[in-house]
Design a protein around this ligand. Structure first.
Ligand SMILES: Nc1ncnc2c1ncn2[C@@H]1O[C@H](COP(=O)(O)OP(=O)(O)OP(=O)(O)O)[C@@H](O)[C@H]1O
Ligand SMILES: [Mg+2]
Length: 230
């Protein structure tokens, strides 16, 4: 995944992202941080191809997104697991069905994934809520459903927007273990978070957005710090 010289403005407003350059190596894990309103969600939506940049290029899995057809964009997006800041669960489907959705899209049959989905939901503490509808869940429970849905199909790329914002610190650590495990299996992981305390416990690279501009700091246990553009 790479962003080259990206600028983004909403309507006729000012550029909320300015000259963003970012390249994620396949199999890497990193955080994106920065104050509220800095542009983190906008950046993740560009990567997910839910927004088009006002200038610059988005490359996903080696493909220039601006050249891809609608069908091709849909296929590229299926390789991405997303945890949206607002969760975006389907309210008419049960917890189980929400999480199973990415597997159904790949054509898998219910019997082949039932056990995996149940195990994953147990792991995030929702083993007794398989049949619940999202509207009846707490914020933290919804967040865990969204996370389970994002990781269940072992995507090539996982982007998570404040994925631990609604859970207690212990559950936050547990969810981070899930992301680390997915990363260990080969998924590229990018997590947007305000939670500096949580970020500091991981020896991974950190990108910081301030006023629409991106800076980079190498992971603490990965060979010191360096500043400058990504
Ligand atoms: N749909 C939109 N239309 C107009 N402006 C928008 C829209 N979405 C975001 N913005 C503006 O873009 C800027 C970046 O917003 P964004 O949601 O990307 O920030 P963020 O870093 O994710 O913030 P937070 O930490 O609060 O989630 C903000 O100034 C915001 O007001
Ligand atoms: Mg945001």
């Amino acid at each position: 995944m790479s962003l080259s010289h990206i600028g983004l403005r909403y309507g006729n407003g000012p550029e909320v992202l300015q000259d963003i350059n970012l390249e994620l190596q396949q199999g890497s894990m990193q955080f994106l941080t920065g104050p509220s309103g800095a542009g983190k969600t906008s950046l993740l939506r560009l990567i997910y191809l839910a927004l088009r940049p006002s200038r610059g290029f988005v490359q996903l899995f080696g493909r220039d997104a601006s050249l891809a057809s609608r069908d091709e964009l849909a296929l590229l997006r299926r390789r991405i697991g997303v945890v949206f800041q607002g969760f975006e669960l389907l309210n008419h489907l049960s917890v189980f069905e929400n999480v199973a959705l990415p597997l159904r899209f790949t054509g898998k049959q219910h019997d082949s994934y039932k056990r995996d989905v149940e195990d994953l939901l147990s792991w995030v503490g929702l083993g007794k809520m398989l049949d619940a509808l999202p509207d009846t869940l707490s914020g933290g429970e919804k967040q865990r459903v969204a996370i389970a849905r994002a990781v269940v199909a072992k995507p090539d790329l996982l982007i998570a927007d404040e994925p631990t914002g609604n859970v207690d610190p212990q559950m936050g650590q547990r969810l981070m273990r899930l992301f680390s495990e997915l990363n260990r299996l080969g998924t590229t992981v990018l997590i947007a978070s305000h939670d500096i305390g949580l970020i500091e416990t991981f020896p991974v690279d950190v990108y910081t957005l301030v006023d629409g501009r991106l800076s980079f700091r190498a992971g603490k246990n990965k060979g010191g710090e360096r500043d400058g553009r990504a």
